[in-house]
Design a protein around this ligand. Sequence first.
Ligand code: ATP
Ligand code: MG
Length: 585
Amino acid sequence: MKFSQLFVSTLKDTPKDATLKSHQYLLRGGFIQQIGSGIYNFLPLGEKLLRKVSDIVREEMNASGAQEILMGFVTPSELWRESGRYEQYGRELLRFKDRKDNEFVLGPTHEEMVTSIAKNSIRSYKQLPVHLYQIHTKFRDELRPRFGLLRGREFIMKDGYSFHSSWEDLDREFQTMELTYKRILERMGVEFKVVEADSGAIGGSGSKEFMVLAPCGEDTIVVCESCDYGANIEIAQRMPRTAPRTNEVKYDSNPPKAAFARFFTPEVKTIESLSEFFKVDTFWILKAIVKKAVRADNSAELAYFFVRGDDEGEDTKMLNILNAKDTFLSLEDASIEEIKAAGLEAGFIGPYGLRHITQSEHIYFDLSLKDANELICGANEKDWHLVGVDLGTFEGLEYVDIAAVKEGDCCPKCAQRLCYSAGIEVGHIFKLGTKYSQALNAHFLNKEGKAEALIMGCYGFGISRILPAILEQKSDELGCVWSKEVSVFDIAIIISNTKDSTQYEFALTLYEELKSQGVDVLLDERDERFGVKMKDFELLGFYSALIVGKALSEGKVEFILREGLQKRELKADRHLSQAIMQALD
Ligand code: ATP
Ligand code: MG
């Protein structure tokens, strides 16, 4: 390709509203153009990037035995009603009608559709296992589309679905996919971490996320400093806590010594003010969290959670606990008025008589409170707290994992220190089990000739999201840095002075030669200043460049790797194309 023929226009200035560097560079480099909130056009350079990452994903998926299909983007809502997700999925699901009043959804994910394919085609265990995947557009009406391609509304995903006759075979495929995804990300040249994850709205048991490590990442992942434990904070676990975190001790790490008593605590409502009032560490104070759990039909119920004063509740964990008994879509903080209406006083809530006052089924205690004593808690009466509380004396309390792991907590595997890292989720693999096959009646006949529900796995990879994820990790202050396999061109030959016919002819011959040897090469023969061409190379981030300039008269050219801008002189002789091929390897 010659640069003068390339359909691209780069921008000097940073577009407003683009806060992340990946978003800025993708717009400035003319890879993409925004056409609406969370919707983008891909221009030639952007389309080629998509193709490069899709090819890597496709090659690795095919190599692991999966088969490519293409499913309709527009999905009849009947299928979604059968699975129950038409109501459950919430507002990210775009629902609409055609001229005959038939209802449809724009597929945000395709479990229903692929299960119906399986239902229509799979009869016997002999046809199993099978893994079908597609690389296709998805639509999710995200609440806050942002950061360009990182969180779009319309985006491109690789979604794969596997079908099995046994749980063991699903486990095997799940492991195969973990390895496949690792190979994909290694080829894309990014640092990543595989972590345990929540299964979210898609449902099922057991899931792992693939996180590209980058400071801007929206996901907090908890990693162990000494072993390989890693989990999304949404489900991360820790060893039970027995004392305040050493770095947080303010008063005394020992519990306050007091016989059970009521204390007048006027206007002392927050954990911090209580800690000051009693001169005790927040670890010994019972923190009450009141949430409003909302169902798909907008009905809601209050739920009560208790954690140690120096812990926070983790919304995903709390929601999952509630959903073991009911089906809630989301959690909101309960307002002071709603708390009052339940017969309670915000700031003075405690476990004594709580069930009686609220009649609630949903009262939970964090695991680190199991049989805890010498606590301070609200007395369920304005301006009063109780001191010397022993939870061990209560009967029938439900202890569950609801607190968010903090840095400094201990690893559940090896007891060493846990810390946080920021990640961008680019892949997510799930063991779905029979959730969809049961709902949609997708069965197979087993060896005994009996019908059983198909056992399923599903495997998502963000084709368009991986582009900004790579940039968030690899780009520098000058522009994009793409790894070799993702870069739009392997090399850009930059002619320093196009009016110099020796430079021009030499570059053109080399361009043809490299092309004939299968190198994807861009010839920058534009009638522009050298500085302009160099800036474009730096912004667009092609894997490498070869500068044909003044030094050519001394038989030399300069080879530059974009990553780190490492420079190297090469001899401009008849072995040059070979030397370049070696340098590219
Ligand atoms: P997130 O928590 O970031 O919203 P998710 O858990 O909803 O992601 P999945 O349903 O597991 O994502 O989808 C599979 C993959 O699709 C994700 O790992 C991600 O790479 C990609 N993806 C999901 N939502 C978006 C989006 N709004 N824009 C771009 N890519 C997305
Ligand atoms: Mg999402």
